[in-house]
Design a binder for this molecule. Sequence first.
Ligand code: GDP
Ligand code: GDP
Ligand code: MG
Length: 315
Amino acid sequence: MGFFDFLKGRKEKEALVKGLERTKEGFFSKILRLFSGRTRIDDDLLEELEEILLSADVGVNTTVKIMSRLHQEIERRRDLKPEDLQGLLKEHILELLGADLKDEENKLTKPHVILVVGVNGVGKTTSIGKLAWRFKQAGKQVVMGAADTFRAAAVEQLLLWGERTGVRVVHQQSGSDPASVAFDTLKSAMASSADIVLIDTAGRLHNKGHLMAELSKVRTVLNKCLEGAPHEVWLVLDASTGQNAVEQAKQFTAATQVTGLILTKLDGTAKGGVAIGICAEFKLPIRFVGVGEGMEQLQVFDKEAFVDGLFEQVS
Ligand code: GDP
Ligand code: GDP
Ligand code: MG
C-alpha cells in the first residue's frame, strides 16, 4: 500500500497506461520486438537494448546501471534466454522505481501541508487544481494557497481551479510576499480544521539563489505556524522535457528538501522512460502523474501498473 492509495479510483490503471501510449509506441515496443525476434542473447541484442533505453530517455547513468546488472546475470546464468532477460529487465526497472518503500511509515497529519515547487510551465498550478479535486472526492477538506504571487495571472488561474473544484483558495494581491500567503493559508486551514493544504509557488529557476531564499522563507514561516509543516514538498516535472527534467530535479533537490515528484504531461510524450532515470537517480518516489489537462487526468503513480503498461503489447 502506498501513502496516497486512498485516492486510487477504479479507472486508475487504465488511465495511467493510456497516458503511456506514446512512450510505448516510441520505444518500449522496440524492446518487445527486440526480444521476440531473438533466440539467443548476444552482444548485438545487448547493444540494441542499451540504445533503446537511452533513446527512451532513461538516462545514461541509469542505463549503465541496468545494463551492468543484466551483464552480471548473463555471466551467472549461461542458459539465460531472451525472454528471461526481458523479465529481468522488467524486475530491475520496478526496483529502480521503488523509492517509496518507506512510505508505510508516513501518516497523514491534520492538516497535511503540501508545498508544490518546480519551474515555470511544468504544470504546478494545474496539478494542484487536480489534486484538490482528487482529495475532495476522497472526502477530504482542502484549502489551496496562491503563493505564486509573481504573476497576477497565476492567482487568477488558481482561483479558477477553486471555482471548478469547489475548493477554497487563500490569496493576496500579486506581488505580495509568498511566505505571507503561505502563512495565511495555513492559519486559515487550521482555523477551519482542513485536512489538506496545497500551496502553489512561483517557478523561477534562472536565479537559483533567490529561489532557494524564497522557498526556505516559505518553509520557515509554515513551520512557525505549524511545527513539522510543510509535510511534503512535491517537485513537479514535465516528462516531455526529458533530460531537462533530470536537470531540474538536480537543481531543486540541491536547493530544498524534496519529498516526492509529480510527473506531468506523460500523455503525448515518448519520453516517459525519464520516470525511471529520475526515480533511480534521486531516490524520490513519483506520487502522481499527469496524463492530460482535464481535472480528472492526474493519476496516483502505481509502479507496477506503470511497468506492466510499458511492457504490454501495443495493440
Ligand atoms: P521576515 O519577514 O524576514 O522578518 O521573516 P518572518 O519569518 O518573520 O516572516 C516571513 C513572512 O511571513 C512575513 O513577511 C510575513 O508576511 C509572514 N508572516 C510571518 N509571521 C506572520 C504572522 O504572524 N502573521 C502573518 N499574517 N504573516 C506572518
Ligand atoms: P505552472 O507554471 O507550473 O503552474 O504550469 P501550469 O499549471 O500553468 O501548466 C502549464 C500548461 O501545462 C497548461 O496549459 C496546462 O494545461 C498544461 N498541463 C499541465 N499538466 C498537464 C498534463 O498532465 N498533460 C497535458 N497535456 N498538459 C498539462
Ligand atoms: Mg502556476
